[in-house]
Ligand binder design. Sequence first.
Ligand code: ADP
Ligand code: MG
Length: 693
Amino acid sequence: MRPEILFSLFKPVITLKGIGPRIALFIGKLSGANVIDLCWHLPNGIIDRRYAPTISEAQAGVIATLTVRVLTHRKPANRRMPYKVICEDDTGRIELVFFHAHEDFLRKNLPEGEIRVVSGKLEHFGNGLQITHPDHMGTLEEIDRLKTVEAVYPLTAGLTLKTLSKAVAGALEQLPQLPEWIDPSLVAREKWAPWRPALLAVHNPQSEEGLLPNTSVRRRLAYDELLANQLALAIMRREMRKIRGRSYTGRGALTLAITKHLAFELTQAQKSALSEIAADMSSENRMLRLLQGDVGSGKTVVALLAMAAAIESDAQAVLMAPTEVLARQHMATILPLAEKVGLKVVILTGRDKGKTRRETLAKLASGDAHIAIGTHALFQEDIVFKDLGMAVIDEQHRFGVHQRLQLAAKGVGVDVLVMTATPIPRTLTLTAYGDMDVSRLMEKPAGRKPVDTRVLPLERMADVISAIGRSLRAKAKVFWICPLVEESEKIDLAAAEDRHQQLVQIFGDQVGLIHGRMKAPEKDAAMAAFRDGDSKVLVATTVIEVGVDVPDATVLIIEHAERFGLAQLHQLRGRIGRSDQTSTCLLLYAQPLGETAKARLKIMRESDDGFRIAEEDLKLRGAGELLGTRQSGLPEFRLADMAVHGDLLAIARDDATLFLHHDPQLESDRGQAIRTLLYLFSCDSAVRNLRSG
Ligand code: ADP
Ligand code: MG
């Protein structure tokens, strides 16, 4: 249960004074629904109101705070004209300008003959100065409150800075004093402020520098978040490891048999990954291994051989893919090899219902099926294995830690191999997997030719289309990826359909279409037609899933490449360059290109190395965005920025490990404080894994 001290922070923002349902809705979209989310909505700019010149020194175009005497109110002849208030100081005059003014309000705030302090942006008007709608007006006593630096926050349509700032201030009033959870020696070394003052300081920047992520207070808050993340992972992992693994004793006859049927030699990288996996499997500890390999590096075969090793010791194995298309594709790859060595493979996805599903389930329960390939459907409760020993999870960055645990719970001491094609940099691997063991396939199968990547403006569409014509005559297969419009799947779709229409008019019925709104069988049919060569051009929205394998596709067109993240571009490009033919990737962009987009496309042109691309991406974008989407499953940090706070992650990991070693159930004083930290970052399930106390 969440400790009482945090209750005020987990109330919805609508409970704050002055926030009604409409504003609450906007804030919910912008930062999150609770008070704590608002506290974590950090400023990204400042307004400096400390400039307080006399009127004659004042410069137009900047924000200033002026002390003036109010002379006269000049009411306009009609409502369309502005209301003006003329003011002066000893050096000159200035006009305050108001549209749609309320006279009473202005007369009350700016009484004629009185001294007032006003703050706002100075503008030239004729040869005089004016301020249109001053941001603040107050008495001379209030000058200290007005002549300050104000934080500016990221906003959303419907919210003004004034409203949001008030809401944030209201939220910050709710901040409790929390006990210190960071190791005292670290606090001393870094000279960190306690949590509450640190958070208040972040919202009260005194200069542009105060906004940077490497200030002491920002680092402290980032560390809190990383520490919570590392503790939660460590606790989860500890729970997983508590269950002993099984030690497999197979001699490798089955794996050897499969290897003999492969059309190729395993790469050195595949061999060493396999021997690491074999070592895990023969040991008594559970395997928790991440198999990281760039697109096309050949992870599927490694998975199959690992599964075979488990099956040889009479266990069953599952291979889980994030989508139906990928599950079917794994089935297509694995089934022929499995059959040759007498292994029975079944597939189970959301599409399987009724009798087929019952039969499949029966085979899993009786042990008749050795391997189950499928999607989320494999998590369902009524699915029982006779003896599940190995779970392979492909492209798992879409699955959360929980789901991994759920799957592993379907057997006793299930070994887990997680495969990811996303080249997550080391720093990020830690945040997503903690200390999971990692095998990397750094080498690509021999004979692959690098992809020739070119970057062109969309205006050259006609050239692109004639190049496609030439490629088709040379028997190439072409993937054509259509623009990604994040807000609207509908627009996505319309664009893809239009492009498809246009290409059909030019190239006839050898042009296929696949998109996310299609039913699964239609998608399969479109994929199959392309794989079998019935269609030669496949126009797609981004449903061209990571992992789709059509080795003889050699041309890839990406429209509006500037809208894609680097990692995503790299994944997409991995669809080609899978054969010994030269492949070409054309990245089409709309002008004008922003700096970041330009840098991204340049990296794509220069590099084919997924890890380098991921590191560059991290530099360009910051970790939360790295994988392009929210569903990435990588933790999205609110306060930590992996491009800047990477050093803190290692410290957090070491501290988490060490602390849990001393106080496994978080019972000491610091342990209690750490529980609060975990709840603060909504890692409730990690705390629930502890003995209650
Ligand atoms: P990914 O790592 O992207 O999942 P896949 O497992 O889909 O890669 O493999 C990509 C392609 O490379 C497949 O067609 C597979 O049969 C082939 N492949 C795998 N290993 C080798 C190898 N050692 N030599 C040649 N081709 C290989
Ligand atoms: Mg794959």
